[in-house]
Design a protein around this ligand. Structure first.
Ligand SMILES: Cc1cc2nc3c(=O)[nH]c(=O)nc-3n(C[C@H](O)[C@H](O)[C@H](O)COP(=O)(O)OP(=O)(O)OC[C@H]3O[C@@H](n4cnc5c(N)ncnc54)[C@H](O)[C@@H]3O)c2cc1C
Length: 384
């Protein structure tokens, strides 16, 4: 009893220190941006930045740097900007060749859309965000309340024909499975198998996660992609309990998990490209090597003249980044090389509305190896 005031005092002290530390960190990270802008205003040498890779990452970096007053060169190896983001309109159909949505749980994309004038274009899925899963030659609904396939509500899960009674019992004891602790990273699959058992991962969570990330849940890093799960486990001792606590404290109905832009995510690429100001955009400029040139960097391309810059952002695939860094940052090369990529083929088919039943879901996912595809999106049912 007597220790309470001391502990709360300590917590206040620690809280104040953390806040002061965060404030200093914010000031430090904001410095280059202000310095760039101030320098530009008084005619002192403007920071020259090179951004390599004109996908959504490189475009956003170039936009932020240009907005802050830096002189920017954006070098893209192909003949178009956007990278994986590519929207095509053909015969009245809007086709997304790459991503078709962003997750609202990470608000950066939504905030960026609003900042670049696309706020009114943001749209949510047409109906409830229900997804089906392929199970023994038929499509069954993922139990409601199973965020990313992880059960956080008991009743729909108990009613689901996807699991045997024994598998339901195993998943139910999630509430008493001890925490994994904070030491070392592990795969999302390993984390969820420990908490819910194999059936939940193999039948629902794994297929949903691999449909989003294009890779196996057993190969994806928990800390890199879903640190919130570990945090939820640490705070509540269980993901089911974390889900219950979140529902109790929710003041408003949950926001949609996914959002997109009315005319496709390609409009984000166009809007960013229009806001690059005096940025020099070079297409068909493939970076080969990055070298030191005194206090600056010299980038050599297989198409076009070298670029000298004060700062360089490499928004390229990991293997390209590793090759470009060469001797410049040997410690980064091996970890970059160890990142593997999966190739993905996306096929778009169109049917007359009269030829298909109105699907009561956004699409379906497929457990590993059950069909030659991993997922299917019913675009016209998904988006308005
Ligand atoms: C089919 C599919 C569906 C997806 N769905 C979603 C989704 O719904 N939601 C979501 O959030 N994410 C989704 N993703 C993932 C998302 O598309 C990517 O994470 C994102 O687009 C990556 O952007 P980026 O700019 O980092 O990389 P990229 O888009 O890969 O851009 C890298 C750029 O670097 C360029 N480049 C490569 N080598 C060189 C070089 N040597 N010199 C110069 N330039 C070079 C490339 O040409 C490319 O333009 C999906 C991905 C795919 C493939």
């Amino acid at each position: 009893m007597r220790r309470l005031p001391v502990r709360s005092h300590l917590r206040r002290l620690q809280g104040a220190r953390v806040r002061a530390h965060r404030k200093r960190a914010r000031e430090r990270s904001a410095l280059p941006v202000h310095a760039v802008a101030a320098n530009a205003g008084v005619g002192v040498a403007v920071l020259k930045a090179l951004v390599v890779g004109g996908g959504i990452t490189g475009l956003t970096a170039a936009y932020v740097l240009a907005r802050a007053g830096a002189g920017v060169v954006l070098a893209e190896g192909s003949s178009r900007l956007g990278g994986k983001v590519r929207t095509e309109v053909a015969d009245g159909f809007l086709i997304e060749h790459g991503p078709d949505a962003f997750l609202t749980v990470r608000p950066a994309a939504l905030e960026l859309c609003r900042e670049i004038g696309l706020g009114p274009e943001v749209v949510a899925p047409r109906g409830p965000e229900s997804v089906l899963v392929w199970h023994r030659d038929r499509l069954l609904p993922v139990p409601p309340g199973a965020g990313m396939g992880m059960p956080t509500r008991f009743v729909p899960f108990l009613r689901s024909p996807l699991f045997t009674p024994l598998q339901k019992v195993r998943a139910g004891i999630e509430v008493v499975v001890p925490s994994v602790g904070a030491d070392g990273d592990l795969s999302i699959g390993a984390f969820l198998r420990r908490r819910y058992g194999n059936a939940v991962v193999d039948r629902v969570a794994g297929p949903l996660i691999s449909a989003i990330y294009g890779a196996d849940a057993d190969e994806l890093s928990l800390d890199a992609l879903m640190p919130r799960l570990r945090e939820a486990e640490r705070r509540h001792g269980s993901l089911v309990r974390a889900g219950m606590a979140a529902r109790r404290s929710a003041r408003a109905p949950a926001a949609p998990m996914l959002m997109t832009l009315r005319n496709g995510l390609g409009s984000m690429v166009e809007a960013l490209a229009q806001r690059l100001g005096p940025t020099e955009v070079r297409l068909d400029a493939r970076l080969d090597r990055l070298e030191r040139g005194g206090a600056r960097y010299v980038a050599r391309f297989s198409g076009g003249a070298p670029v000298t810059a004060d700062v360089v952002i490499l928004a390229t695939p990991a293997s390209v980044t590793a090759a470009a860094l060469g001797d410049l940052a040997p410690a980064a090369v091996e970890p970059l090389r160890s990142i593997t990529y999966r190739s993905t083929l996306s096929v778009t088919l169109a049917y007359g509305a009269e030829d298909v039943a109105d699907p009561a879901a956004l699409g379906f996912v497929v457990p590993r190896g059950a069909l030659p595809i991993t997922a299917c999106t019913w675009s016209s049912a998904k988006w308005p």
